[in-house]
Ligand binder design. Sequence first.
Ligand SMILES: [Zn+2]
Length: 586
Amino acid sequence: MPINRPLACTTAALAALAAGCAPAATVRQAPPAAAQAGAETYSAPAVLPLRFTAQPTVPQITPRDLMSRLYTIADDSMMGRQAGHRGNYMATEYIAAEFRRMGLEPAGENGTFFQTIPLTITRLAPGAALSVDGAALRLGNDWVPLPHLETRFTYVPRMQLRDAPVVFGGRLGGAMISDAQAAGKVVVMLPPIVGGAVNYRVWLVPQPELPSAAAIVVPSVDISSQSLRNLPFAQSSGLTEPGRIPTRGPAGVLVTAEAARRMLGADPATLQPGAAGRARVSGAFDYAPRAVEAPARNVVAILRGSDPAVNRQYVGISAHNDHEGIADRAVDHDSTVAYNTVMRPQGANDPVGTPTPEQWARIRALRERLSADGTRMDSIYNGADDDGSGTAALLEIAEAMATARTRPRRSILFISHTAEESGLLGAEHFTENPTVPRDSIVAVLNMDMVGHGRAEEVRGGGPYSIQMIGSRRLSTELGDLIDALNARRTPPMVPDYSWDAAGHPANRYCRSDHFMYARFGIPITYFSLGYHPHYHMVTDEPQYIDYDHTARVASFLHDIALEVANRPARLVVDGPRQDPNAPCRQ
Ligand SMILES: [Zn+2]
């Protein structure tokens, strides 16, 4: 793709074209100030290149520095930074080198910046199959074998069924049959009801004590997210040494409502727990655990506070350094952008749909515009926004604080988590094996996806938009502090608290690393700019990021962290505490 293809135009053009107006007119993003320095690279309208050579950074938080960092972190050579793989290892080397260059204190293990997590990787072994009365079900469409039923790797299920009888077991989290009734059978259980609604996240409720069941089958594929349906084709990870995973307990399988009806011979909603099924089920699958390719590491550093009375207290700032790695097959980059812009405005959060003729026309027009200069096949999940943007912002904040003339009173703990995409595993491990006393962490400000906030690509977006989740859940003072600080800013950020609503279906309070701190009663706030067509797509690349907006977010967090660190008194925790091992509930 030639360098002079107008990016901002690209994104703006997608929505603009969808809205039927000429792209040029819709370019809103002013070129990053620093970019003007490289006038030869950035002619108006703003153009962001496919490649960008990192420049020496300056002490201040700038869009140009963010570009230097993000084009490094999200480059193809990082291979999508999947935890347990070389790409993630290389990214953590870069982050630690930057912390070292800034003169921060190592806060990992053994005097290093690193904390290696015990990670096990599993992938579905070839040959997985499931059939009902001899009729095969389609993997990923009709059925999805689960790598584990609980939130943690307590065991790796292996399933071996030969003409197994079926029984209706009841509803997960509700009335159900006994283990004796389940013995040797395929137990069909309805999905749990959470917050008054049926929820496909079967792990949100304690698992049924049916150790003798041959398998637990839940008819929830139809209501599951795309990423869950992709599970059989993706890597799953767990926080356990490979050799130490017991293989006990029933396998967990998700199926479509239709498949469950065929197993039972009736609609499960019409049955009483214990009702015998009509069909016989056969099949097998195995999630073979294996060792990681490269250590998965959290990277942790301290900016020591100036006041000895409180500099053993820490304000945490965090982001995650991993992403999804490399896809099983390459796709046409521009077609993916065009299709998702029209059909999946929230990327992988939205289901794959069949476009109407009118939608096809828009997709084709976008595709033509985007790839006027040829096709680019793509298979790398670069994770520029998720969470390369948070990682770049974390480094910019650290650099600004480390080079400032004065230090805050309390210390700042910079935590770059690994394995967030694998289930918040890096944060889970750090909070269970903290390298500073856990109760000395007074708050955690977590950034995940702070690179796309344009009005045309994000619900409620705009140049100063910021989504905030959890700021008052454990400490009203934290939420008040953030709003009061923002009110003093010119111009202020425009907060969107809508995602923080109790029971919100997106469940974002539970979907990033901050939750692992909140479960121990540490006040947190989750900062994001939101979902967009590139979310968990191979198209999540650095040239689409709004660096001015990311710089605003980084400055905002910088100021909030200083305010918390300099407070006379430690934030008061006045919110309800939970059992740290209980499943998360928004
Ligand atoms: Zn993320």
